[in-house]
Design a protein around this ligand. Structure first.
Ligand code: LMR
Length: 333
């Protein structure tokens, strides 16, 4: 009798609820500022494919490339507000929301190669830096690579004196501002999506960026000279809105974590090749003349920029700079 009553009540509840409905998927918006055909753009698509697969279609991942939703600073604010769930801003862009420590990656000539970078990002310092994001309402999931930067302008940049008085677009990093001032350049913070036009119209004279970013934004078409300087690095922190992330069912979050781990591996594996190809394509186009520095010229650039390490102490802290420089060195047994 009792069993019958429970079964009947359950049946009645089903009737009242109406026909079973498929649950709407959770929507994850991933906004970024670069072209799809870049290491970050491709990494985002890989995460989309794997994330939807590993969550069995319970999460719909929408990608908005090329600043189609938000520009640089706006996108971080939108993430904090929850208007978008995931971003991958460069290390240089966290300052305006009060996290200046990531600017340590902007120190000039600090990273000799990707292996040195990995020793930071895969080690305890990398993990500690990610923790700084949480009080700001975001969770840092991974470090994604872009690559080493070139300098471009409408005049050849060989000697330090060649920079004097030029206006350069920079990302919103005080350490990059110090770097440009050390060369006698007037830095101007500007959103990535505005750089091409600013170069074309002469609002700024030059800029620094990676080959893949320069090529996909066509910057090489409006800069007569590009110096192969490798003086700095651009990489990203993949961040997700903390409330969104913590509120996901555990199995869904696990699926997205697995997707992120694989997409990170993929994006970091292709980054070097993507940049090498972009550089080759720009060379082939003949639109900008490439300059290779002599050892003496490169040493002079390095020397001119060296005061940035001291100046940056007031911004990111001496202890952090020391720890960063220690972490990049291979451990010797
Ligand atoms: C820039 O603003 O130059 C870069 O941070 C763009 C990007 O996301 O690579």
């Amino acid at each position: 009798m009792k069993t019958y009553t429970i079964a009947a009540a359950a049946a009645l509840a089903l009737v009242l609820a109406g026909p079973a409905q498929a649950q709407a998927p959770i929507v994850l918006k991933f906004s970024h500022v670069v072209a799809p055909d870049t290491p970050k753009g491709k990494g985002a698509v890989k995460f989309q494919e794997l994330g939807e697969k590993y969550t069995n279609g319970n999460v719909k991942i929408e990608i908005y490339p090329n600043s189609s939703l938000y520009k640089d600073k706006e996108e971080l604010e939108a993430l904090q507000l929850g208007a978008v769930q995931m971003l991958a801003p460069s290390n240089s862009k966290f300052g305006p929301i009060g996290i200046k420590e990531f600017e340590v990656f902007d120190l000039p000539f600090v990273l000799p190669d990707k292996a040195a970078l990995r020793r930071v990002t895969d080690g305890p310092l990398g993990a500690r830096l990610l923790k700084l994001l949480e009080p700001q309402g975001m969770v840092g999931l991974a470090y994604w690579d872009n690559g080493f930067k070139l300098m471009s302008a409408n005049k050849p940049l060989r000697e330090v004196a060649d920079f004097k008085g030029l206006k350069f677009r920079i990302q919103s990093s005080k350490v990059l501002e110090m770097q440009m001032r050390s060369l006698g350049v007037i830095p101007q913070v500007m959103a990535f999506s505005e750089v091409y036009q600013a170069l074309q119209t002469g609002v700024v004279d030059g800029q620094e960026n990676t080959p893949s970013n320069m090529y996909t934004q066509k910057m090489h078409e409006v800069q007569k000279f590009t110096t192969l300087s490798d003086h700095g690095y651009i990489g990203y922190v993949v961040v997700v809105n903390k409330k969104f992330w913590d509120g996901l069912p555990a199995d869904v979050r696990a699926g997205l974590e697995k997707a992120m781990a694989e997409a990170t591996k993929y994006s970091n594996e292709i980054s070097e090749k993507e940049n090498a190809e972009a550089l080759a394509d720009m060379k082939k186009s003949g639109k900008t003349e490439f300059i290779t520095l002599t050892d003496a010229q490169k040493a002079a650039w390095k020397q001119a920029m060296s005061p940035v390490f001291k100046d940056a102490e007031a911004r990111v802290g001496k202890a952090l700079i020391d720890e960063f420089e220690k972490a990049i060195k291979p451990t010797t047994n």
